[in-house]
Design a binder for this molecule. Structure first.
Ligand code: C2G
Length: 745
């Protein structure tokens, strides 16, 4: 007999399932059987099953026609299991190498349940471990939380001691009470003694799609006679970062969900003792759900169901709560529940208002920055829209550059006085042609977000922006995509895990999206799931590369920057790395290019123009390289820098798509390409065969390439031509003109 039977239901998302199996194969504990139960999958997973059949002692079952759901899968698993212990594993989650081993090691007597820890993540194992190693989980914060948990535990034990001994109370606390919210009411992460489960005939209720866990877990906890905690046994529960295309069960939208929640609670109650502590916990969870989540919906939701049918349904469930449950709630929550039980909607609403009002007050008190948002919602958004006002923003107001700059200048030159132009710029520096400058996230900024008719942004609008009817949003974006973006990106490591969900809403507010080439058009449609109007005229930011006076501009700029007349220039413009950051929007950059070596070998002929990405917070130390390295990281506009660059070196930045308009040589210093491609981002085009220059892996190779640049030009001539035709085909110096004529008719 195997020690553990792992029960693994599979419904969809093969790539997660694959990862789950890969991680399980790395488990140091091997004495388990794997019971895979298929819930009518539509993806072809035969290859996976075949591959892992030889790795595990694996049995595969399929649910019969007409039967579906995770509850049914798990019941089949329980029925077929032969192991001493049961372990439920979901196909989109994973365990760490030592999870199972640690649990089994700790068992020194016969126990009904061994409960481990659940850690939540949005990432695959490599990125999850990276975050843990880099202590992105704040230790102080963790200690504080652990302390709070212990306080709550001792409170819980003293309160529940009338029925259970301390060990069991602790088990109930950890598996029911301590796991945040009713949503994470889960059977995952624990080992269950199979004998105990079978003896007590414990099963999942198959009528419930979302809330079946409580129907198994609650009676189990009530019958528990012994339990053991193993904190080092971590179950990694993964949230899906794409709830639009790949929702997890917990993210699925289904109008039946709410009623099911109430039904499941009511059904589970029938399995429990009226005055038992498990019943107490169950009731407490539904009360907490009501006062913290549902109440908000009763007040704010556009959907009237929350004030009618759902309100009634919740009231019915709430009629059944044990009276002592309410003793532990604050006065306002107690009143809210009492009003609900009396079917008094107005009463509930007034309690919610009070609760939210107090919350808002404390938020303002703690962070005065929210004041401008309140002004935005409650004052500015009620003012009329100003028909001729345009708000411009580039890279979160860090500089005056990119396509919004060129669109603005075109308007200023060709329609003087017609529009009131406003620029968001954090350092408040002046811009030509007299636009008003406002700081991002200030009262004035909030004001113009509310009243401007037009918006020209090269990044996303703030999350709190709500587009008003009549407003026109032009999104220029900021580069032809080489690295995978948003919905085409499997892992989201650097942005908020809710990135895709937020993006989905934000892109619906765009009326126009600028595309520099047919490739971008196609890619943006997929990666942004964008269905709106595409402006396919090239990038306004590249107009300058075609202007007739571009040589004069270059000459003036070289002079302004003090670049010696007799030297050629090498622009080094790398991008940022998703996994190397200090805080939000602040990234580390370690220079991997040996500038000293370059100086030694190249300084007779060249100087280097160093330009880091605007996300990079590190100031690159160029001591000892004076006169050879010019750090232009703070210079507003990279398009102007292209004009004075003879060679461009980048890595995975989109800069080369733009620079190629000049038909000057491009080199790729891709020292970490494997990691970037496989772990961090992935690419849309093959860097080995499609980019217009060589991939170089060491500083020596870079130096040699520059010394032999004519040879490289010759070697890459054909590929460069093809690349130019494919990516620079729209740019002709008139993108701003076309866009302005189309948008501002
Ligand atoms: N940029 C710059 N200096 C750098 C790197 C980038 O000025 N060292 C500017 C360029 O205009 C570039 C833009 O920032 O085109 C975007 O930078 P990327 O390195 O391509 O990275 P990212 O901001 O992630 O945008 O579709 C494009 C993608 O969204 C990439």
């Amino acid at each position: 007999m195997r020690t553990i039977s792992i029960i693994l239901p599979f419904f969809k998302y093969k790539h997660y399932f694959k990862e789950c199996l890969q991680n399980l194969a790395q488990s140091t504990f091997k004495d388990f059987e794997l019971i895979v139960v298929l819930d009518h999958p539509t993806e072809d997973i035969d290859d996976l099953l075949e591959q892992y059949n030889s790795v595990f002692d694996m049995k595969v079952y399929a649910l019969p026609e007409g039967v579906t759901g995770v509850a049914a899968c798990r019941n089949v698993g329980i029925q077929e299991a032969k192991g001493a212990y049961l372990y439920f594993l979901d196909s989109d989650d994973y365990v760490l190498e030592d999870t199972l081993q640690n649990m089994i090691k700790a068992i020194d007597h016969d126990v009904d349940m061994v409960y481990g820890m659940i850690n939540h993540t949005w990432n695959n194992k490599a990125n999850y471990l990276h975050k843990i190693e880099n202590k992105e989980v704040d230790e102080e914060d963790q200690e504080e939380r652990e302390q709070q948990r212990l306080n709550r535990l001792s409170d819980f034990i003293s309160f529940s001691s009338y029925e259970k001994d301390e060990q069991q109370a602790k088990a109930i606390f950890y598996t029911m009470d301590n796991r945040k919210g009713i949503r994470t009411f889960t059977v995952l992460g624990n080992l269950y003694n199979r004998d105990f489960v079978v003896r007590n005939n414990l099963k999942f209720n198959e009528n419930f799609r979302y809330y079946c866990d409580m129907t198994f877990m609650c009676p189990l906890l009530e019958k528990l006679t012994s339990a053991l905690q193993v904190e080092e046994a971590i179950y990694v529960k993964r949230k899906h970062n794409d709830p639009i295309n790949e929702p997890a069960l917990s993210q699925e939208e289904n109008e039946n969900r709410f009623n099911e929640r109430c039904d499941a609670v009511e059904y589970t109650r029938t399995l429990l003792k009226e005055e038992g502590v498990v019943r107490f916990c169950l009731d407490r969870k539904i009360v907490s759900y009501f006062v913290s989540q549902m109440a908000k919906k009763i007040r704010r939701s556009q959907d009237d169901l929350w004030r009618t049918e759902y309100f009634e349904r919740m009231a019915k469930t709430m009629d059944g709560i044990r009276p002592e449950v309410m003793n532990r709630y604050k006065r306002n929550s107690r009143k809210m529940v009492a009003y609900l039980q009396n079917r008094d909607l107005k009463g509930v609403q007034s309690c919610v208002r009070r609760k939210l009002g107090i919350k808002k007050f404390f938020r303002i008190f703690k962070n005065k920055n929210v004041l401008f948002k309140l002004a935005y919602y409650h004052v500015y958004s009620k003012k009329p829209i100003q028909e001729n006002t345009i708000l411009f923003e580039t890279f979160m107001a860090k500089n005056y550059s990119d396509s919004p700059k060129y669109i603005y200048e075109y308007i200023a030159k060709n329609y003087p006085g017609k529009y009131k132009c406003v620029w968001a710029l954090n350092d408040g520096h002046e811009v030509p042609y007299g636009a008003e400058v406002v700081k991002r996230f200030s009262f004035k900024y909030a004001y113009y977000l509310a009243v401007s008719k037009y918006f020209v942004f090269n990044v996303r609008q703030p999350l709190w922006y709500r587009k008003r009817e009549g407003q026109v949003f032009v999104e220029t974006w900021h580069g032809t995509p080489l690295k995978r973006l948003v919905f085409d990106q499997e892992e989201v490591t650097s942005a908020s895990p809710k990135y895709k969900q937020q993006f989905y809403r934000q892109r619906q507010e765009w009326d126009y999206l600028v595309s520099a080439n047919p490739f971008s058009t196609k890619t943006f449609r997929s990666c942004f799931m964008y269905e709106g109007k595409m402006l396919e005229y090239g990038y306004p930011r590249n107009d300058i590369l075609y202007w007739p006076n571009k040589d004069q501009i270059a000459k003036d700029l070289r002079k302004k920057l003090g670049i010696p007349e007799d030297k050629k220039t090498i622009l080094y413009a790398p991008t940022w790395r998703d996994d190397e950051h200090y805080g939000k929007g602040e990234y580390k950059f370690t220079l991997a290019l040996d500038l000293k070596l370059m100086m030694e070998k190249l300084s007779d002929e060249y100087v280097v123009l160093l330009r880091t990405h605007h996300y990079i917070a590190d100031n690159i130390d160029t001591t000892g390289l004076e006169g050879f390295v010019y750090n232009l990281s703070k210079y507003d506009d990279i398009s102007e820098i292209y004009l004075i660059s003879d060679i461009c070196i980048t890595d995975y930045s989109s800069v080369f798509f733009d620079f190629a308009n000049l038909k000057r040589p491009v080199l790729f210093y891709t020292y970490d390409i494997e990691k970037y491609k496989n772990q961090l981002r992935g690419f849309y085009i093959d860097m080995n065969t499609e980019v217009p220059g060589p991939l170089l892996y060491t500083s020596e190779e870079v130096v040699n390439a520059i010394l032999n640049i004519d040879q490289i030009n010759e070697e890459y001539k054909e590929r460069y031509e093809e690349f130019y035709k494919r990516f620079c085909c729209y740019d002709d110096g008139n993108a701003s003109k076309h866009i302005v004529e189309e948008v501002f008719k």
